[in-house]
Design a binder for this molecule. Structure first.
Ligand code: 26Y
Length: 821
């Protein structure tokens, strides 16, 4: 039997130019002289993806031959960032393309700017998923990412008079050249209805779901190319469509408008990404989204990816479904339903198989962030799944009662079903009971999961719990985003670090090399010039590249404590304007913020307005002679991160100890040669261990101290009364100095700090200010500072997401690498 060939693209400038023109003329239908930037970008993107096609097709072909075990990464978010550069890097086309485009009088950079980033995630969790699939492709591990193709990603943030105003993220508007829709492979997903009893052919009484309505899931495939691996994995995102039945109704029913409304209803499911990232609102549409994408994914894997006639008892040999937080956990009862109701398995058999197929990653410590679904809602939308969850819980509680016969309290505590304030399913508990493994995302976080959030479960199943510290992809966040530093590193130690980040250790001796340090500084400076240019064009913000760049970029959350940093700034300003601090003694700094607030999170939005108000006051106050400026560009996203982080001197990681599960921005800064000022929280702990105390500005309470203070009854006002600098800073805000004399504007923010301060910002204020004073002293010695910065890079190799993937593979997945061809 002859194997049909796969087309190959020729790797030369001439061939590239030919392909590009073909795409422009035949694909876009324009000729070069009349082509818009968008035409050229789309043609370019399509040309580049052709160069990855051979690898993709042979990866898929090879996979169906070998039937190797795959990871199915189930995630409601994939925050991919722009695709063009990453694809060029993977296809090794950068030089060819630059030359080819130049010969046509086109600048690659102009096309880069034309790409709208797919913002299909909120922040850390979604970006982590994107880093992980990049690493797996690079490491030759078979993986399918499964998620949702939101028509609107994370909102576009604008500022109107300093206040956040959200605009829809219409990212598909100008075309989306990276996706491959497959409407012919749509799958049906059911909802609602009821459960009925029936007798099977052997007269056994069984239960089955009689759904009330259904939608179609259309898969859109994206290439996930590895770096130098030859592998291209697949990301499959689902888009909701009305079923054919809906379409027919539209033509047959008298009530045309009603039928169209029904169609719109179906397509709403994948319409928009929910922009909340820590307070689950129990919204019906979110549950629809969650079930929609996991039902599609399980069906896809079982019916399409696995060969026909596959014995599902061997499912655990072919797949592990990794649950990215609780968002996809409804996949557990769904797989049970498929095995028991559709395939006719007995319960115990199905449960044993299901447990082997799932593993769960938890990304939080905040109790209010743990998802629960009211039984009323779940039962209405997924009645059969609710029954299955009840049965899982019954058997689990029975097991517990056997293990703890005299401890009914413990048994109740551990129930998957919460009774108060309403009956609800605790998704984290369901995931923990169902999963073969449960992991936290940094050493401290995993410890706190075991000791606090899931302590009963960790006592019951100690071997189930493990840690995998997060990581970031060095391709996007060092090689591509910081070409200057990447070049210097490669010159010093070769280019092996791109896939083996521990090799950065080879830079350690160069921390003591004055010439190396000079070049390192020069690159940092060039990166500041680059971001200054971007900020000016993008936001009309002027910054001084000769200042210390002090950067805090992350979602706006009280626990992350943007207010703590703001209090430091306001205090400096207050001391300068009252003459207690001489301007000459102030280290010139640019304070950069980037942060989106969930649209319904009122306090977070007020904090954004306050940052902007303080920024406006400082930036306009000429008496500061430009020594302290705030830059708060709107709409912080992956694209902006890629130019901002390489320019940073100081990385702000100042969450209250015990609240930030890991952080991943902290890792990106470290790898780009910023020093961290941070609390003993999340992965900061591991960063400090690796880089050493002398290269890290630690401050603040640690987690046990926080617990003790809270236990004793925390009184923030006590700090206001005893700390004069803190009092003056808060009073200055209250005085209306940043709100045109209006004392009410920011009163709620200050009042919250004074009377509640859930995250102990006031308690950590003095420690933070003292640590910032140490930063000033350290920065004054540029040679010593640069030495520390180099050591941060050299010791950051651990934070490659390649290492995270190795840990998942060894501890959880057991999926060996497979050569792609
Ligand atoms: C249920 C819904 C409200 C929801 C949606 C998104 C809940 C949470 C999220 C996102 C959470 C998130 O991004 N968590 C972050 O995950 C990162 C990757 O593990 C961590 O580094 C970071 O500390 C954590 O806050």
């Amino acid at each position: 039997e002859t194997i049909p060939p796969i087309a190959v693209r020729e790797h030369t400038v001439d061939a590239f130019v030919r392909e590009f023109l073909r795409e422009l003329n035949f694909g876009q239908g324009v000729d070069l002289t009349r082509a818009s930037v968008n035409d050229k970008y789309l043609a370019m993107a399509r040309t580049v993806r052709h160069y990855l096609m051979t690898r993709w097709l042979s990866t898929l072909r090879r996979q169906s031959e070998l039937q190797a075990k795959s990871v199915a990464y189930l995630s409601a978010e994939f925050l991919l960032g722009r695709q063009l550069d990453n694809a060029l890097l993977a296809a090794d086309l950068e030089d060819i393309v630059t030359e080819g485009l130049a010969s046509l009088g086109i600048e690659l950079d102009e096309l880069r700017q034309a790409e709208v980033e797919p913002g299909l995630g909120n922040g850390g969790l979604g970006r982590l998923a994107a880093c992980f699939i990049d690493s797996l492709a690079t490491m030759n591990v078979p993986c399918i990412g499964y998620g949702i193709r939101y028509e609107y990603g994370i909102f576009q943030q604008t500022f109107v008079d300093g206040e956040q105003v959200e605009k829809p993220d219409d990212w598909l508007r100008l075309g989306s050249p990276w996706e491959f829709p497959h409407p012919e492979s749509a799958v049906t997903v059911d909802f609602g209805g009821s459960v009925e009893q029936y007798q099977d052919d052997d007269g056994v009484v069984k239960r089955r779901w009689v759904p009330g309505w259904s939608v179609l899931g259309v898969p859109y495939n994206y290439m996930v190319p590895g770096y130098e691996s030859g592998r291209v994995n697949t990301l499959r995102l689902w888009s909701a469509r009305a079923t054919r039945a809906f379409d027919l109704e539209i033509f047959n029913s008298g009530d045309y408008a009603e039928a169209v409304r029904a169609q719109t209803f179906a397509e709403n499911i994948s319409k928009v990404l929910y922009p909340e990232d820590s307070t689950p609102q129990g919204k019906e549409l979110r549950l629809q989204q969650q079930y929609f994408f996991v039902a599609c994914s399980i069906k896809d894997f079982v019916d399409q990816v696995l060969p026909q006639g596959f014995d599902l008892h061997k499912l655990p040999e072919r797949i592990v479904f990794q649950l990215n937080d609780t968002h996809p956990v409804i996949a557990v009862p769904e797989l049970m339903r498929v095995l028991v109701d559709e395939k006719g398995w007995d319960w115990d058999d199905a449960w044993a198989t299901t447990q082997q197929c799932f593993a769960y990653t938890c990304h939080t410590l905040l109790p209010e962030a743990l998802e629960v679904w009211p039984v009323e809602l779940l039962g209405r939308l997924l009645p059969r799944h609710l029954e299955i969850i009840y049965r899982i819980n019954e058997e689990f509680l029975e097991e517990l009662r056997e293990a703890y016969p005299d401890d009914e309290l413990r048994v109740r505590r551990m129930s998957i079903i919460a009774e108060y304030p309403v009956r609800a399913v605790r998704m984290a508990y369901l995931a923990t009971v169902a999963g073969s493994k449960v992991n936290g995302v940094a050493a401290l976080h995993s410890q706190l999961l075991r000791d606090k959030v899931l302590d009963d479960f960790a006592q019951h199943w100690p071997e189930k719990f493990t840690n995998v510290t997060n990581g970031v992809t060095p391709r996007r966040f060092l090689k591509l985003s910081n070409p200057g530093l990447s070049g210097l590193i490669t010159e010093a130690i070769g280019d092996g670090w791109v896939t083996d980040l521990d090799r950065l250790k080879g830079l350690e001796p160069l921390a003591d090399d004055a010439e190396f340090r000079r070049r390192f500084r020069e690159i940092k400076h060039a990166n500041k010039l680059r971001i200054a240019d971007v900020l000016e064009r993008r936001d009309g913000i002027v910054v001084d590249p000769e200042t210390l760049f002090d950067v805090m970029v992350k979602r706006l959350h009280e626990y992350k404590r943007q207010t703590l940093k703001l209090l430091h700034i306001v205090s400096l300003y207050e001391q300068i304007t009252t003459g207690r601090l001489a301007l000459a003694d102030v280290t010139p700094r640019t304070f950069a913020f980037g942060a989106k607030a969930a649209p319904g999170y009122v306090m977070a939005k007020q904090i954004i307005a306050l940052i902007n108000a303080v920024g406006r006051t400082l930036n306009e106050d000429t008496s500061l002679e430009g020594r302290l400026r705030i830059a708060f560009p709107a709409n912080y996203n992956v694209t902006l991160a890629e130019t901002l982080i390489p320019a940073a001197d100081l990385s702000e990681q100042i969450s209250l100890a015990g609240k930030e599960a890991s952080g991943t921005g902290n890792m990106k800064f470290m790898l780009n040669g910023a020093l961290t000022i941070g609390t003993d929280d999340g992965a900061n702990v591991e960063i400090r261990q690796l880089v050493g105390d002398e290269n890290f500005f630690l401050f603040g309470l640690d987690e046990p101290q926080v617990a003790e203070i809270v236990e004793r009854g925390y009184q923030p006002s006590a700090y206001y009364e005893t700390n004069a600098d803190l009092r003056r800073a808060l009073d200055l805000i209250l005085s209306g100095a940043f709100s045109g004399g209006d004392r009410h504007t920011f009163e709620p923010v200050v009042a919250n700090l004074l009377h509640e301060d859930r995250f102990l910002a006031l308690a950590d204020f003095q420690a933070y200010v003292d640590a910032q004073a140490k930063v000033d002293v350290a920065y004054a010695d540029q040679e010593a500072w640069t030495r520390s910065a180099v050591l941060n890079v050299a010791r950051g190799g651990f934070f490659s997401s390649d290492r995270s993937m190795r840990d998942y593979i060894d501890r959880i997945w057991h999926t060996p690498p497979v050569s792609p061809s």
